[in-house]
Design a binder for this molecule. Structure first.
Ligand SMILES: [Zn+2]
Ligand SMILES: [Zn+2]
Length: 397
């Protein structure tokens, strides 16, 4: 997912995704589905589909904002995903696709590598490029963020099981091909596919990859919410400050032994208490809760070109592998071995030659000593200070 994703563009991609998902699912369940302008579907549903989805025999669905008259709006919000989930049952939650990719070759491997691999404290050398096959696991999660407002979206996170990369840009580029009806020719018999990861390794990677990507996807939502929170805090402050000042002025105008003065002072204390309580209410109102639910896993098997790259730092070296995807025509950057982000540049750690983002090799908040968060994910090896969860701030551009 690109940083600062344009919400309108994300919205329209989601609509397209939802529309083709609904059309495929309903056709599969025996409905007659026809595309109708603008970007809608006309559905003649068999009785079982009518019952499970709670729709009429003939329905028109719209997927954008503002459904035209006679159309039902279908989106991520509300209970549509639950209804489709019931129709789907346990089927379709795991899908396997084999993509016969065009036999393209990377144009200029050295230049591509120079673009994707930027190391600030190490050198590298391209050892070779060879055709290979890989398996991607592509996970779709439904995420909803709820505070004073609500935002629902689908987060897609994919991992290349051969290289461990988390290639957001490549997967976005091949999403159309991956979602299209399968041309499930089996891969050639002599092809060697990467092994399945064990559950712990996969869960560990997702635990690192998902939160940062949720933060990025929610950045515009959070910015809007912060603006509203600050505006409400300002209003509360102006209002209570005014009341307080008036009471204080009245108190000051009275003699110290005047009983009315004590009344004004009590009023001042009450205004202050009320101000604090209102601020607490606001924090509760704007606290954001994000729920994430797994929807589907797609296994995508396809040919790639595999780059073998030797990383050199001081006297040590290590060989990593990166795949060039012929549908996206892109080389996948290595995932940061601590945060799973694809940001550039990278630093290489002294111990295991991990490739990590600079923050993951930064100083410990406890003792100030720098250490590698891929080598020591939980706490500083020197002083034992716990590692706080890092938040990824969205970058401009
Ligand atoms: Zn420390
Ligand atoms: Zn390390």
């Amino acid at each position: 997912m690109p940083p600062e994703a344009d919400p309108a563009a994300t919205g329209s991609r989601q609509q397209d995704w939802m529309r083709s998902f609904v059309a495929d699912l309903l056709r599969h369940e025996g409905a007659l589905v026809e595309a109708v302008a603008p970007d809608g579907l006309e559905v003649l549903a068999p009785p079982e589909v009518q019952r499970v989805l709670g729709i009429a025999e003939l329905s028109r669905f719209a997927f954008g904002a503002g459904a035209p008259p006679g159309f039902q709006r279908v989106g991520m919000e509300g209970d549509w995903l639950d209804r489709f989930g019931r129709l789907l049952g346990p089927r379709g939650r795991r899908v396997r696709r084999i993509l016969a990719a065009p036999p393209r070759m990377p144009g200029d491997p050295e230049r591509m590598l120079g673009h994707e691999l930027v190391l600030d404290n190490a050198t590298y050398r391209l050892l070779g490029v060879a055709p290979a096959w890989t398996r991607y696991l592509i996970f779709d999660f439904r995420a909803s963020a709820v505070s004073d407002d609500k935002r629902d979206f689908v987060l897609r996170v994919a991992v290349n099981l051969a290289t461990g990369s988390v290639p957001d840009a490549v997967v976005a580029a091949i999403a159309g091909a991956a979602d299209a009806p399968a041309d499930d020719a089996a891969p050639p018999a002599d092809v060697e596919l990467p092994a399945t990861w064990d559950r712990a390794r996969l869960a560990g990677l997702l635990a690192r990859a998902v939160p940062a990507r949720i933060d990025l996807a929610l950045a515009p939502f959070v910015r809007g919410m912060r603006r509203r929170l600050e505006r409400d805090q300002d209003r509360l402050h102006v209002y209570h400050n005014d009341l307080y000042r008036q009471a204080a002025l009245r108190a000051l105008a009275l003699a110290p032994d005047d009983p009315r003065r004590e009344r004004e002072e009590r009023r001042m204390a009450a205004i202050e208490r009320e101000y604090r309580a209102k601020l607490d209410d606001l924090s509760r109102q704007y606290a954001t809760r994000v729920a994430i639910e797994w929807i589907q896993t797609m296994e995508l098997v396809m040919p790639v070109h595999r780059f073998a790259v030797q990383i050199r730092r001081r006297k040590a070296d290590r060989t990593i592998r990166l795949d060039w995807n012929p549908v996206a025509r892109r080389l996948e950057p290595p995932a940061c071995e601590s945060t799973a982000s694809t940001e550039k540049p990278r630093l290489v750690c002294d111990g295991a030659l991990h490739l990590v983002v600079p923050a993951a090799l930064g100083p410990c908040p406890g003792c100030g000593r720098s250490y590698c968060r891929a080598c020591h994910p939980d706490r500083c090896p020197k002083c034992g200070a716990l590692e706080p969860r890092r938040r990824v701030e969205p970058r401009a551009g």
